[in-house]
Design a protein around this ligand. Structure first.
Ligand code: NAD
Length: 292
């Protein structure tokens, strides 16, 4: 364990913010948030708690009783936690999960900042998405948060593509809810239908890949068959950021697509939670330098 100078910062006034998940010791969130608190002189400390579903209810009761300002939630608690909260934002209602909780004087609100993180990352890269067509490959936790946020934020048409597994079935329910609650044109297709895949990408402005393809153990693999599925006017965002350049992003570069990895999505999902808890903007450029 490294030397940590906490005594200069943590006092009797310091408030707690946490992350509850299992496993979680590898998380970059404590560094991200603690460095941001320090930089802005905010009297909070961010700590990880290894919690799984078996003690989740007691954990939420405890955090509420201790008047903790808020916390992040990761696997396996993202879905199960919503039954213990008082309110959910529209994105969390539709996704049926949350990654952030805010405690306003004992009232616990769950939200999902992964989708906002992705939309903010698009904005940060100068990509206009309102009124555009977006294709998202993937239907898991990250993908569904992105899809719901995109539809709520004014994307005109959303195509969801996934292989036919359990996630595909879950995506059907999200498609139904988005059709009911938003104006967005939403469709779901099987990734194995390559003709459809090509057609959807050809007519899209933005393609976000939210599968683990490209990261270990799927390094060197992309979810699309080859680079001819991309066209120069297409913006390509890969949610993976380790490695920085996935096969997909190499292909996107070769095809002349504006492309970027998931680093900014990760930073902005944290920044969105940070703002909800503290009311302050996270110093993104400073944190990017600290982390990478
Ligand atoms: P998940 O397990 O919830 O979902 C995985 C999805 O990928 C499913 O739709 C599954 O069907 C699909 N999939 C899995 N293997 C595949 C393959 N070989 N080919 C095609 N599709 C495949 O995972 P998640 O939490 O949603 O994470 C998905 C990706 O998003 C990961 O790469 C993760 O690193 C990334 N992510 C990035 C951020 C960020 O801030 N940048 C945040 C969350 C997740």
């Amino acid at each position: 364990m490294g030397k940590i100078a906490v005594t200069e910062r943590v006092t009797g006034h310091t408030e707690l913010i946490g992350l509850i998940a299992y496993p979680i010791r590898h998380s970059m969130s404590p560094t991200m948030h603690n460095e941001a608190f320090k930089k802005l002189g905010l009297d909070y400390v961010y700590v990880c708690f290894e919690i799984d579903n078996s003690t989740l209810e007691d954990t939420v009761k405890g955090l509420r009783a201790m008047k903790v300002r808020g916390w992040n939630v990761s696997m396996p608690n993202k879905g199960p936690i919503i039954q213990y909260l008082d309110k959910l934002t529209p994105v969390s209602q539709i996704v049926g999960a949350c990654n952030t909780v805010v405690n306003d004087n004992g009232v616990l609100t769950g939200t999902s900042t992964d989708g906002t993180g992705a939309m903010e990352a698009l904005k940060a890269h100068g990509v206009e998405y309102v009124g555009k067509k977006m294709t998202v490959i993937g239907a898991g936790g990250a993908a569904s948060a992105i899809q719901v946020q995109a539809a709520l934020d004014g994307v005109r048409e959303l195509t969801i593509i996934n292989r036919k597994d359990a996630f595909f079935e879950q995506a059907k329910s999200i498609v139904g809810k988005l059709r009911e609650r938003t104006e967005c044109i939403v469709n779901l297709y099987d990734l194995a239908d390559t003709q459809r895949l090509r057609q959807e990408l050809d007519s899209s402005d933005i393609y976000i890949d939210a599968t683990p393809c490209g990261m270990k153990p799927l390094e060197g693999i992309a979810s699309i068959p080859d680079k001819t599925y991309l066209h120069p006017g297409l913006v390509v965002m890969d949610t993976v950021y380790a490695p920085r350049r996935t096969k997909l992003l190499q292909w996107a570069e070769e095809m002349g697509c504006h492309n970027f990895n998931g680093l900014d999505m990760m930073l902005y999902q944290g920044a969105t939670a940070f703002k909800l808890w503290t009311g302050k903007d996270m110093p993104i450029d400073f944190i990017r330098d600290v982390l990478f």
